[in-house]
Design a protein around this ligand. Structure first.
Ligand SMILES: NC(=O)c1ccc[n+]([C@@H]2O[C@H](COP(=O)([O-])OP(=O)(O)OC[C@H]3O[C@@H](n4cnc5c(N)ncnc54)[C@H](OP(=O)(O)O)[C@@H]3O)[C@@H](O)[C@H]2O)c1
Length: 173
């Protein structure tokens, strides 16, 4: 089975999104750049609801493939997008590729709480954004089988911008 990475950006309450308003709860350009860099040349596993919030420019870019998790049989209309009925199926169908799980809430939870999926995850990359912007979709605690490798601190890039830090958690040996 392939090894799998996960990437997420969380606020101070571990909030990642709002069911009332799809899309990110903040805008931190440097973090978006980091997301793009981390997910380059990879197959991204994504929940149907999050997929619907992604910009067209990202979906059409040639250096990412998307496996959209959905119970629906609708066929996607981009050549680099396919659907899978489960996260396990998506991973099995992406053998030999670099796989990154990019959310959202349901997909993160199902990956971290599923004893068939969790052992396949070797890296969890977490941006912690210093914001209390309200959300009602949350990222779970990092499982104890992971340890923080190193943390990079970023000042806000604009006078009123948000401070944030980026930590890579790696599976314990
Ligand atoms: N801050 C961050 O880093 C970050 C990252 C990603 C997303 N987000 C935010 O998270 C929010 C979306 O999260 P969400 O939890 O509402 O939705 P989601 O996880 O993106 O997608 C949920 C959908 O995935 C499909 N799905 C989930 N589990 C499945 C399973 N076991 N089998 C088959 N299909 C399954 C279903 O699609 P169907 O209904 O089509 O069957 C379900 O409705 C958005 O606000 C987004 O902006 C934040």
């Amino acid at each position: 089975m392939a090894l799998v990475s996960m990437i997420v950006a969380i606020g101070n309450q571990r909030q990642i999104g709002s069911s009332q308003k799809p899309g990110l709860l903040w805008r931190v350009n440097e973090d978006l750049k980091l997301f793009k860099e981390f997910t380059k040349n990879s197959t991204l596993i994504v929940g149907r609801k999050t997929f619907e919030t992604l910009p067209k420019s990202m979906i059409c870019s040639e250096n990412r493939k998307f496996r959209v998790i959905t119970k629906s049989l609708l066929l996607p209309n981009h050549s680099n997008v396919s659907t899978s009925p489960s996260i396990k199926d998506a991973i099995q169908s992406s053998q030999g590729e670099r796989i990154v799980i990019i959310g959202g809430g349901q997909i993160y939870k199902e990956s971290l709480f599923n004893l068939e999926i969790l052992p396949l995850i070797d890296i969890i990359a977490v941006s912690e954004i210093n914001t209390n912007n309200e959300g009602d979709i949350f990222f779970p605690e990092i499982p104890s089988c992971f340890t923080a490798l190193d943390t990079e601190y970023f000042p806000s890039s604009t006078p009123n911008g948000l401070k944030w830090k980026f930590t890579v958690f790696s599976r314990n040996l």
